[in-house]
Design a binder for this molecule. Structure first.
Ligand code: HEC
Ligand code: HEC
Length: 490
């Protein structure tokens, strides 16, 4: 109650124009979506506003806190939960409070882990037990613009295969089955019957709606925008107008913290575009023949033993222009039909350096993932099957193939972040990855070390680095050719 009184006083005081010094909102200027759509703000300006929103340590004047709602957005009795609580959240002051390692937008130490799904509990839980939440390590967003665009193209391909299967079945009057393959990745198959019914039981590694959800280690969220709307409410109690505004909830202050319309549509766009336009991870190859040789050999071995069966070394993005909002967004996240113009920028030539590499009319995404879910558990190896709380209907043992393009500087490892070395993370690859994992441990120690050294070279690079491949001083260099290495092996 006391808090609400302070806020209404401050709001009134500022309205009278004498609230400029002293405590006040951290976000001094909100972003207007109409300015973005009208082209009044260019990418650099939006990126800078998004950076500030991502790193803002929100306070009560901004609308930090959600006394009247859970982190899932359900109503609750105001005052029934603490202002901050590490498990059920609000758990932090800014997005950057967790995503800051080694740069803003990056990954996080295990101390920045989230108790995923504890936020939906009412009453809140103080328990860190796996019975109540899924303990997960913070991911880096560098390169997430290309990842979201890959997912959109793959979704379009899978849905086109489904439409084609259905059309063939109804015109031919018989049952038709097609493999679901996009960009070389197999997602099982789909069957349609003459009566227009569809059998999705053989769909594999993606939801039955065939929408690739590239975010969360579980693959549960469609777009950076959807994640941003979720995370703002979950972690900070900052409620976006597009998700919690009067049109959807009938009130301007759904979380009942005394601040109305906390986060504008433009604010969400800027925070989203900031993440999408962060630089793309690259490779650090020291100018030292021992390391050059290890990295080049290690990459070959990584492919030779089949790691790239899931950690696909390169995927082609046909159209490297990022557009906002995402056409597959659900209600509560800005829809394409709600904007006059999509905001767009070319991932190859705009945004933070270094950027995506061109390939023909498209671009190459070297993220080392297939954006598909896999089960890495078997009778003997159970490490990655620790979770009990089901997220978005996805089997608890399935996780998206982890992107490896930042693995060299995003320790710790595994979805919990409880593994301190890369070798341990490989060790626990059972289930679908068992044969590849066994092939790794059948290598000589030196060959294993080369694979690890290759993975260590894949890193998030400092903002504005000139090139995707750099030496130990972050200076551009070319990838050494195997033939030029001393005594290269065949
Ligand atoms: C308390 C720490 C914490 C805070 C604060 C936080 N995050 Fe995260 N973030 C995480 C963790 C942990 C994950 C991985 C979640 C998972 O895999 O289920 C994650 C994942 C993400 C992802 C998905 C990345 C991917 O590749 O799948 C996005 C996007 C994201 N966060 C955006 C945000 C934004 C925007 C904010 C601020 C509104 C924010 N996060 C605040 C810890 C945090
Ligand atoms: C069947 C698919 C599959 C294969 C094959 C596979 N991986 Fe993975 N990999 C995954 C998945 C899924 C994860 C996420 C595990 C988790 O944390 O739940 C992962 C995670 C990792 C991680 C942890 C990264 C991090 O930042 O936490 C490393 C390292 C890794 N894999 C390396 C390898 C290597 C090396 C090989 C070959 C020996 C390999 N993987 C083969 C699917 C696979």
């Amino acid at each position: 109650m006391k808090r609400l009184v302070i806020i209404s006083f401050a709001t009134v005081a500022m309205g009278f124009g004498f609230g400029q010094i002293g405590d006040g909102p951290v976000v001094k200027k909100h972003v207007s979506q109409s300015d973005i759509e009208a082209g009044n703000m260019g990418l650099p300006e939006i990126f800078s506003a998004g950076h500030d929103l991502f790193n803002a340590k929100f306070n009560m004047f901004d609308g930090q806190g959600r006394p009247g709602t859970t982190g899932g957005g359900a109503a609750r009795t105001p005052g029934s939960a603490p202002l901050f609580i590490r498990t059920s959240a609000p758990d932090s002051n800014s997005c950057g409070g967790c995503h800051n390692d080694p740069f803003s937008g990056g990954a996080g130490d295990i101390v920045a882990n989230v108790f995923v799904l504890a936020q939906v509990l009412d009453p809140v839980t103080e328990s860190i037990s796996a019975d109540f939440s899924d303990f997960r390590n913070t991911l880096g967003m560098q390169g997430s613009g290309p990842i979201e665009m890959l997912a959109r193209e793959m979704t379009a391909d899978l849905q086109a295969i489904k439409d084609m299967t259905l059309a063939e079945a109804t015109t031919s009057g018989s049952t038709v089955t097609h493999d679901l393959v996009t960009k070389g990745v197999h997602f099982g198959s789909i069957t349609a019957h003459a009566d227009g019914s569809v059998d999705s039981s053989a769909v594999d590694g993606v939801d039955k709606d065939l929408i690739i959800k590239p975010f969360h280690q579980k693959g549960a969220v469609i777009s950076l925008r959807e994640f941003t709307n979720n995370a703002m409410n979950h972690h900070h109690g900052i409620q976006s107008v597009e998700r919690f505004g009067v049109d959807r909830t009938g009130t301007h202050d759904f979380d009942q913290d005394g601040v109305e319309d906390e986060f504008t549509v433009g604010d969400v766009s800027a925070t989203t575009i900031y993440q999408a336009a962060l630089n793309v991870p690259g490779q650090v190859i020291p100018r030292d023949p021992v390391f050059e040789k290890a990295i080049i050999n290690g990459e070959e071995t990584f492919k030779a033993i089949g790691c790239d069966g899931c950690h696909v070394a390169e995927l082609t993005l046909n159209d490297p222009v990022f557009t906002e909002p995402n056409p597959y967004n659900k209600a509560g996240d800005l829809q394409v039909s709600q904007v006059s113009h999509l905001f767009s920028f070319d991932l190859r030539s705009e945004g933070q350096m270094p950027r995506l590499e061109s390939k023909g009319t498209g671009a190459v995404v070297r993220a080392f993932t297939d954006l598909k879910r896999h089960n890495l558990c078997d009778d003997e190896l159970q490490h990655f099957c620790n979770e009990k709380v089901v997220q978005a209907g996805i089997p608890t043992e399935e996780f998206l193939t982890r992107k490896l393009w930042d693995v060299g500087n995003s320790a710790p490892y595994g979805h919990v972040g409880d593994l301190t070395t890369i070798t341990e993370a490989i060790y626990f690859h059972g289930g679908e990855a068992r044969s590849t994992r066994d092939a790794f441990f059948a290598l000589s120690q030196h060959e294993q070390d080369e694979v690890v050294e290759f993975l260590k070279s894949l890193q998030m690079l400092p903002p504005d680095t000139a090139s995707l491949i750099v030496d130990e001083n972050m200076q551009p260099r070319s990838k050494p050719s195997r033939r030029n290495l001393p005594d290269f092996k065949n």
